[in-house]
Ligand binder design. Structure first.
Ligand code: DHB
Length: 311
């Protein structure tokens, strides 16, 4: 397998393989993010920071409902001021490993996004991920910015004005026309797009108790059940824009990552797979992807990236 090259460069940042720990999966702690980097991730994303500390929702916050997961965690985070310290420590630990750090963040106003971006940039992450698509705080924050092309573009512009770091905008699948949103953020200066955030909201009811299981009642759906939707969204986005796309949604195996790359993704986010296959999943994904590439005579990801878009 030595002649294979799984590396990819996104916004000038080199990843030794395309597998990126998705945001929100293993929190914001430096030690756990370092562990994922050591276990073979190409890049790691910390859970989203916001303007101030938030406790999040009471348990249960995450549930395996049989064909996927459902979550409403409620954006718990220590706030961006504390976040800078955590990210600095994470960066220190990742540097010798050559694994880039992606800092995700959210806010409740356009101006707030600019302010959080300015603060978080002090930690010097390799990339920023602008989370405009959390579906779990609609009752508190209103409709996600990702639901409207103008709002999505305004947030992107504000962040680009606030910092010179490359910015990835994370989109929602819960929209009628994801191409329009993708074009709007590209035009506003987004350096890359990640898609998708969770689908929904959905609800799972405990039929003995006669009430929803999640404390928040509704939550975002992830895992294998949403993969075809994620692949379609990535395909649509890649047919509409020319900036790189990180494809996320139900990728459990290396073969699933091939689908994402054939739909045009440059890199592939890994979330629920950490639950299904454990934190050692990154090495296994790499072996599975390599095995596929060897069998098909592909030496690098570019050999099959976007082939499904052609013709
Ligand atoms: C949460 C869920 C998301 O899908 C997201 O993008 C951000 C936060 C949460 O419930 O914490």
């Amino acid at each position: 397998m030595s002649r294979l090259d799984l590396s990819v460069t996104i916004c000038g940042v080199l990843l030794k393989n395309p597998f990126v720990l998705a945001s929100g999966i293993l929190g914001t702690g430096a030690a756990i993010l370092e562990r994922v980097a050591r276990s073979g991730a190409g890049a790691v994303t910390a859970k989203s920071y916001g303007p101030g500390p938030r406790a999040g929702y009471p348990n249960p916050t995450v549930l395996d409902w049989g064909s996927g997961l459902i979550n409403a965690v409620g954006l718990p985070n220590p706030g961006v001021e504390v976040g800078v310290g955590e990210l600095l420590e994470t960066k220190e630990r990742l540097r010798p490993l050559g694994v880039p750090l992606i800092a995700s963040f959210f806010a409740d106003t356009v101006k707030g996004y600019g302010e959080v971006a300015r603060t978080i940039a002090q930690a010097g992450p390799d990339l920023l991920e602008i989370n405009i698509s959390c579906p779990n705080v609609e009752d508190e924050f209103g409709q996600p910015f990702a639901a409207d092309p103008r709002a999505a573009a305004q947030v992107t512009l504000e962040v680009k004005r606030a910092t010179s770091l490359p910015a990835i905008v994370k989109l929602s699948p819960n929209v009628a026309d994801i191409k329009a949103i993708a074009r709007a953020v590209e035009q506003a200066g987004a350096d890359a797009i990640s898609a998708i955030n969770t689908l929904g909201p959905g609800m799972v009811i405990d039929i003995e108790a006669g009430r929803p299981i999640l404390a928040h009642r509704v939550g975002g759906i992830s895992g294998p059940a949403i993969r075809p939707i994620a692949v379609r969204c990535v395909y649509d986005i890649c047919s509409a824009v020319s900036i790189p796309v990180i494809g996320i949604g139900g990728v459990l195996r290396g073969q699933d990552a091939v689908e994402m790359i054939m739909a045009g993704a440059s890199a592939v986010g890994i979330g629920s797979a950490v639950y299904y296959r454990g934190p050692g999943v990154f090495k296994r994904l790499e072996v599975e992807l390599s095995t596929y590439m060897e069998a098909h005579g592909y030496a690098r990801l570019a050999d099959f990236r976007g082939v499904a878009l052609e013709g």
